[in-house]
Ligand binder design. Structure first.
Ligand SMILES: [Zn+2]
Length: 67
């Protein structure tokens, strides 16, 4: 079992929250943060896989409409 690096409690579940991932070139993506439920320490951040799928589908539809 992995332990939280801050409070050292075993991590069985995490809190997730929506965050915006911003790049220096101005691009943004919808992401998720993963936090320790005990002490709220930030454990990780990743791109939101569900939102990424929606964004790809939307951009494909948009590209096909322009044809
Ligand atoms: Zn913790």
């Amino acid at each position: 079992m992995a332990n939280c690096p801050k409070c050292e409690v075993p991590v069985f579940a995490v809190d997730i929250e929506a965050v915006t991932l911003s790049a220096e070139n101005g691009l943004t993506w919808r992401g998720l943060s993963y936090g320790c439920q005990q002490c709220k320490a930030l454990l990780s951040v990743s791109i939101d896989p569900t939102a990424l799928g929606e964004d790809i589908a939307a951009s494909v539809v948009e590209a096909l409409r322009k044809r």
